[in-house]
Write a protein that binds this ligand. Structure first.
Ligand SMILES: Cc1ncc(COP(=O)(O)O)c(C=O)c1O
Length: 430
């Protein structure tokens, strides 16, 4: 516990000390042995379920997703794009999505030559708002893509109600929310399709991988047509009606056998590791109960998150300093919190097609034709969240009360010295 009133590290004082997450991901001895064996035997290619490692991984993931169809792929982005392809959402179709996310949830729409339409998020949680979605539905809307950001599930009751009322498919981006539930149901099991990233930093981490979850079998087969040479046409059950469309005019989004094995083996530890994350957050929550300038986003009691990131909102007015000054101070003490997003998505230079003069993305002319204009002021909730959020990539997958205590010590030390930070900010502004 730092002494009350001790000088901030940012101003030359002694830092509280580095907050170190454990090494992550950790691969079991069995996973490492199996991967080594595949490499020794030169078995690295994985076209479809005729390869035992792919069959095994997809079977395990399907079980995890209440028996839905699973297509393993090379990344989260690929899985989201293939979810759209599987639902036949493409050329000029509008897809409503979140302006506040890692931008792969938007680029997957652009890469299908479809048009992203942003519905605002709740300014407190950063999660897409069902009412805002409904307000953006037009006759051109073909889908709704929601992001379970930070590991917190969206309000799937309200979102599915809106989607069903308008007969629209929902695509869930569960890339940050493996194992999170809404009213006891796992994310990915609500919509027509879902995409998950399993890159090496996610709760379910391989090296680079992802997977698609499909409610209907046709979505699975249609997506398979686009993800690799000849789709999955050699797999048992491939429908005759899709045979004329089997070719190599495709993306190469295959998984590898080592990654398929990692998915199978990592999935076995996932529930335990999510529990560890939850315990740490609960500890942190009780330690930070007296924080003056950080507030916890108000999430629904129906969601059970899996904590990819820890996110708080900074009460800049009450503190009398900008969020970034607070961030600098906690970073100097040893806490690697950050403002995770570099911008809200509608502000991206490449979406400003009227004035865009840079290297041309393939979807640019389609956006121009659509005439949709992207403006930050249309999504004030996202702007607010962007200005106030503090985030920590939360890799604390096993109970680590001492590390949580150190986080709390840092926050309290900086809050105690808020006057000094106000002076610092004034001096550095002029
Ligand atoms: C919300 C979200 N969607 C999509 C992705 C894309 O996943 P990948 O990096 O595996 O393509 C990520 C990954 O970081 C993500 O956080």
């Amino acid at each position: 516990m730092p002494q009350s009133g001790s000088q901030l590290a940012l101003l030359g004082g002694k830092p509280v000390g580095k907050v170190e997450p454990p090494r992550f991901p950790v691969f079991s001895a069995r996973a490492r042995r199996r991967v080594a064996q595949l490499l020794e035997q030169s078995k690295v290619l994985a076209f479809d379920r005729n390869v035992p490692e792919v069959r095994e991984a997809e079977h395990a993931l399907s079980k995890y997703h209440d028996g839905r169809h699973v297509l393993s792929l090379s990344s989260g982005h690929a899985s989201l794009q293939m979810a759209l392809a599987g639902l036949d959402i493409t050329d000029g179709d509008e897809v409503i999505t979140s302006p506040y996310s890692y931008a792969a949830s938007t680029s997957c729409i652009l890469h299908q030559n479809a048009i992203p339409i942003f519905a605002d998020v709740n300014r407190n949680t950063g999660l897409i708002d069902a009412k805002a979605i409904e307000d953006r539905i037009t006759s051109r809307t073909r889908g709704i893509l929601v992001v379970h950001l930070y590991g917190h599930p969206c309000d799937m009751t309200a979102i599915m109600r809106v989607a069903n009322r308008h007969g629209l498919p929902v695509i869930e981006d569960g890339s940050q929310a493996h194992g999170a539930t809404w009213k006891g149901i796992g994310v990915g099991n609500f919509g027509a399709a879902a995409g998950f990233s399993c890159m090496g930093g996610k709760q379910l981490a391989a090296s680079e991988a992802g997977y698609l979850v499909a409610k209907d079998e046709d979505t699975y087969w249609r997506a398979s047509l686009y993800c690799q040479h000849e789709g999955r046409s050699t797999e048992e059950g491939f429908p005759d009606k899709f045979l004329p469309f089997v070719d190599s005019l495709v993306y190469t989004y295959r998984i590898t056998t080592p990654d398929a094995v990692l998915l199978t083996e990592q999935l076995k530890k996932l529930p335990r590791e999510i529990e560890g994350r939850r315990q740490n957050i609960a500890h942190l929550r009780s330690r930070l109960a007296d924080s003056k300038y950080l507030s916890w986003p108000q999430h629904s009691k129906y969601g059970n998150p899996s904590h990819y990131m820890w996110t708080m909102n900074f009460r800049s007015q009450a503190a009398g300093i900008h969020r970034d000054t607070f961030l600098k101070a906690v970073q100097a003490e040893g806490l690697p919190m950050a403002n995770y997003l570099s911008a809200i998505i509608p502000a991206s230079a490449r979406l400003q097609w009227k004035n865009y003069r840079g290297p041309r993305p393939p979807w640019l002319s389609n956006l121009r034709r659509s005439k949709v204009v992207y403006r930050s002021q249309d999504v004030p909730g996202a702007c607010y969240k962007f200005e106030h959020a503090l985030e920590l990539l939360f890799r604390f997958y096993k109970p680590m009360p001492k590390a949580m205590d150190r986080i709390a010590d840092i926050i309290y030390k900086v809050e105690d010295q808020i006057d000094a930070l106000r002076t610092y900010e004034k001096k550095n502004r002029s």
